[in-house]
Structures are given as C-alpha cells and as structure tokens.
Write a protein that binds this ligand. Structure first.
Ligand code: ATP
Length: 254
C-alpha cells in the first residue's frame, strides 16, 4: 500500500451565512492523481484554498505527510513539500522562462530572505543549483530550448507548462493544480496530460480542480465530487461517471 500524503479531515468553511465547504474529508496517497470536480459554486476553490494555506478553515484540519498543517502559510507549505498553481497564470512576464522556474526552487530553501512569499537565494552555490534544477525541469516539460525567452512572449499553453515546471522544481511531494486545462486548446491539453502522467511516473503526486471532464476521466485515479459544499461522491472515474448523485448534480445545473 502506498504512503499517505494528504489527509483532509472534516474541513469546513463559511463566509458569513454561506457554507462554502461542509465537512469534506478525503485523502491523497503517494503517486496518486486525485481530481476535485463539481458544478459552479460547489466549493472547489474554497477547498483548494484551505488545503494550500490561502484561507483558514472554519473547522476541520489538513494533515500533510503525517503533520497537521492547517493554518500554515503557502510558503511554509512549499518548504514542507506542497506547492500549487493558480487558475490564472502567475508568471513574471518580463523575467526569462528559466528565472520564473528558479523562483519555485527558492521557495523550498531553508536559507534566504522571505520576499513576497518566496525565498531569495543567498549563495552562489544555491543560485547554481537552482539554475541546474530549473533547466532540468524545463527539459522535462519540453521547454528547455525556450529557457532564455521572456515568459510573457510564450503562447498560453507553454506558459502553463512553465508554471508546472516551477511548481515541480523544488521536488515537492504534492502539487496542487487549479484548473490546469483552462484556456488550453486540445493540442495543448493533450501535451499537458502527457507531462502530468510522465511526472507521476517520476514520483510526483497531484491534486487538481478541473472542469474539463475528458482530462479528469483520462488521468485521475480517484475523483472527489462536491455539490453545494458537500462531498457527494468519491471513487474511480468509471464509478463517478455512473454515480446517480453526480449525474443529478450536473444535469440539475442546466
Ligand atoms: P467555480 O467552479 O465557479 O469556480 P467553486 O466550486 O470553486 O466554483 P467556490 O468559489 O469555492 O466554488 O465558492 C463556493 C461558495 O462560496 C459560493 O457560493 C461562493 O459564492 C461562496 N464564496 C466563495 N468565496 C467567498 C468569499 N470570499 N466570500 C463570500 N462567499 C464566498
């Protein structure tokens, strides 16, 4: 049995009178690819933000590699081995592709100065190590030849791959992806699917929120389904596709 990585226990969040997430529990094991799906407003982003330290839960907790991490900041989670991407690209457009990926490496360094949520390098050795690792990750996602281009000049799909490389460069145990397929054309989506599956082979684990069902069905080992803030189903793609509550939640949305 593979090792437990993330345990979400009875997590809830309310905003005033709105119960955005209610008592949601699930887990991610090493080398799992777990998807969170649900109709609009189901609570996916709120759940993701709680797990990644962006909003504190109202109740419940998150355990990562055996330790309770609820309440920790995103940069603290990065140091522990959990990184995330966002729905909207968050690259530094005027920096090179390589520099953008290096930013992710610095996020896990124990030394350095914390600046805007990530750590700046302190030694020449760290800088060299960051550069080598960043270049290696760019090779992995097929973008090494663009390392010295300004990130903002790349097509959208390639910028998404740069973000994945940045999330992976510190060798985190778990990468959270917020709608990784959003805005990609079918060819770019396929390329990203191939990259994620290849990374899983290398030992990465993923938790992702996604609206693109084709991708979810193609790569998720397990799917957690939310509706009105509650988990209504959890299982393998084939179970979820025929689950009556899931079908009802999606058809009821029309
Ligand atoms: P979508 O697929 O449309 O992105 P979602 O599943 O990610 O939706 P959330 O964005 O988590 O859903 O929202 C869940 C509920 O919580 C919604 O009713 C939303 O309006 C509410 N909500 C989310 N954030 C806040 C906030 N900061 N203040 C008040 N209500 C919020």
């Amino acid at each position: 049995m593979s090792a437990m990585l993330l345990e979400v226990e009875q997590l809830s969040k309310s905003f005033g009178g709105i119960q955005a997430v209610q008592n949601v529990s699930f887990y991610v094991k090493k080398e799992d690819i777990v998807a969170v799906i649900g109709p609009n407003g189901a609570g996916k982003t709120t759940l993701f933000n709680m797990i990644s330290g962006i909003v504190p839960p109202t109740s419940g907790f998150v355990r990562f590699q055996g330790a309770i991490v609820s309440g920790k900041q995103p940069h603290e989670l990065a140091m522990l081995g959990m990184t995330r991407t966002f729905q909207n690209l968050q690259l530094f457009a005027d920096m090179t592709v390589l520099e953008n990926v290096m930013v992710g490496f610095h996020s896990r360094l124990k030394s350095g100065i914390v600046s805007a949520g990530f750590r700046l390098p302190r030694t020449v050795k760290e800088e060299k190590q960051a550069q080598e690792q960043a270049f290696f990750c760019l090779e992995q996602v097929g973008l090494a030849h663009l390392a010295w281009e300004r990130a903002g000049t790349l097509p959208y799909g390639m910028q998404r791959l740069v973000e994945i490389a940045r999330a992976a460069v510190s060798r985190p145990s778990l990468i959270l992806l917020d709608e990784p397929m959003a805005g990609l054309n079918p060819q770019e989506s396929k390329q990203l699917v191939d990259v994620l599956l290849m990374m899983r082979e290398q030992g990465f684990s993923f938790l992702f929120v996604e609206h693109d069902m084709e991708t979810v069905m193609a790569i998720a080992d397990r799917i957690v389904v939310l509706d009105y803030g509650k988990k209504i189903a959890e299982g393998a793609p084939e179970e979820i596709a025929r689950h009556p509550d899931v079908i009802k939640a999606y058809l009821g949305e029309e």
